[in-house]
Ligand binder design. Structure first.
Ligand SMILES: *Cc1c(COP(=O)(O)O)cnc(C)c1O
Length: 456
């Protein structure tokens, strides 16, 4: 039996604790502020939306947060996730680089999202919650929470961004198979949705709008809580199982990454693979270059402003300091729905400000070309979001070839693209365009940032 197969069958290898980067930061991340008072929020302010265990995970400074045994038991179905060496891709690129990828497409929903969905459903069930409300873009998060809800007997209701709802009927069918109810957003079921539809009945929707709808419904009922698939500290925390496993797996390969690449929508899969390595570096370990890759059509890290902003369009959420394009910004409808968010995780934003990571933006035709090249070499068909990481890793490998140096490159293949075949068909038919966002709309959205006096 190969070492990797032994490792994958060894349940004791599933991490017993998540890694919390807040314990190792040279400077703490800025406080989260109440949307009305602009004062730092306390646990009670968040209690209508989240169970207390998750609120405490949001702010804890403990380095290790134990993973409950029942959650590890669910993880066992697909964790540890495999780490592959992309030997055939290396050969195709004629690069001296060693390329590794962690594959999160082996989860039931096909992405990294169940790593946090299962944990969130567990803590909600434990707190006596009956119903979870959420939003979804491309449908990856919605199907992950629907799956987790089915495991714990929780009712799940999902506001799905309208363009994706129409483009991706199979993701919707998957959510319904798990027993969830899926509603196109903006919808007539909420005040926030009705306000948008009154202005534009054909509005394509956005994650910011769908979040407003979900938060509005969740805040109204005691037995109902809200769940978010990215951005928040506790979500990033749950995803660190990815990087923790990768450290051990690379150790078995006698290697350590020089460069780590991940795609960034809200920042969770990127944080999941990168934070454990950045943490090791902050504690005196080896320095790694970390590259966040985002779409040029929704470039929060490379073109956004680092400022306090709302997480949603209707301004119902607390204010967090992050790289943002403005909460009213609607990105054009390109094919990586999971990356169409106006903001970025506060922790990822903070690390960028501290100079601990670099960011890069690519146009979608180039990203799909990379994904196709990867599929032809490695056989796995990446999600359109994951293609951004593939493109980033390929560019790093080409740089190694040009410089004549062998570096170790690790990237996160955060999901498969089996529900995204229309995007691939459009790419092959030459129908994919490199959509530009409206500069004027971006300027307007940024001009509308709330003015916040920063707490000392
Ligand atoms: C949701 C999703 C993303 C974007 O979210 P992050 O929080 O940035 O990881 C990226 N890739 C896949 C496959 C997704 O499902």
């Amino acid at each position: 039996m190969s070492e990797q197969v032994k490792y994958l069958l060894d349940e004791s290898r599933i991490p017993k604790a998540w890694y919390n980067i807040q314990a190792d930061l040279p400077k703490p991340a800025p406080a989260v502020l109440h949307p009305g008072t602009h004062k730092p929020v306390g646990p009670d302010d968040l209690a209508p939306l989240f169970p207390m265990e998750l609120i405490l995970q949001e702010v804890t400074l403990e380095r290790e947060v134990p993973i409950p045994e029942p959650v590890r038991e669910v993880y066992r179905q697909w964790r540890p996730a495999p780490l592959y060496r992309a030997r055939r891709l290396e050969k195709a690129l004629q690069t001296p680089a060693r390329i590794y990828y962690k594959y999160e497409g082996v989860s039931p929903a096909g992405s990294h999202k169940p790593n946090t969905a299962v944990a969130q459903a567990f803590y909600n069930k434990q707190a006596g919650v009956k119903r979870l409300i959420t939003e979804t873009g491309a449908g990856q998060w919605g199907s992950s929470l629907a799956f987790a809800g089915a495991l714990y007997g929780l009712e799940v209701q999902i506001f799905m961004v309208r363009v994706s709802y129409n483009q991706k009927p199979y993701r919707r069918a998957l959510m319904e198979t798990y027993g969830a109810r899926c509603i196109a957003s903006p919808s007539k079921e909420t005040q926030s949705g009705r306000a948008i539809l009154a202005k534009d009945p054909d509005h394509p929707g956005s994650l910011g709008i769908a979040i407003s709808e979900a938060v509005e419904v969740a805040a109204q009922r005691d037995d109902t809580k809200y769940a978010l698939g990215s951005v928040l500290n506790h979500v990033l925390l749950h995803q660190t199982v990815i990087g923790l496993e990768a450290i051990e797996q690379l150790e078995m390969a006698n290697d350590y990454p020089d460069v780590i690449v991940g795609c960034t929508g809200g920042g969770s899969n990127f944080a999941g693979i990168a934070f454990p390595f950045i943490g090791a570096q902050l504690r005196g370990g080896k320095k790694v270059r970390v590259v966040a890759v985002e779409p040029a059509a929704c470039p929060s890290l490379t073109r956004g402003t680092y400022a306090y902003d709302f997480g949603d369009t209707a301004h119902l959420t607390p204010l967090t300091k992050m790289h943002t394009l403005g909460s009213t910004f609607t990105p054009p409808g390109f094919h990586a729905g999971g990356l169409r968010y106006h903001g970025m995780a506060p922790l990822v934003s903070h690390l960028k400000e501290l100079g601990l990571l670099e960011a890069r933006a690519y146009e979608q035709t180039k990203v799909f070309a990379a994904g196709v090249q990867f599929a032809r070499a490695e056989g796995i068909l990446p999600a359109p979001e994951a293609n951004h990481a593939v493109k980033g890793a390929i560019d790093e490998a080409i740089r190694c070839r040009e410089e004549g140096v062998s570096r170790s490159i690790l990237f996160n293949l955060c999901g498969h693209g089996h529900f995204d075949m229309q995007a691939y068909m459009d790419y092959f038919a030459g129908k994919l365009e490199d959509r530009q966002y409206e500069e004027q709309e971006l300027a307007m959205a940024l001009a509308g940032l709330p003015s916040v006096a920063e707490p000392a």
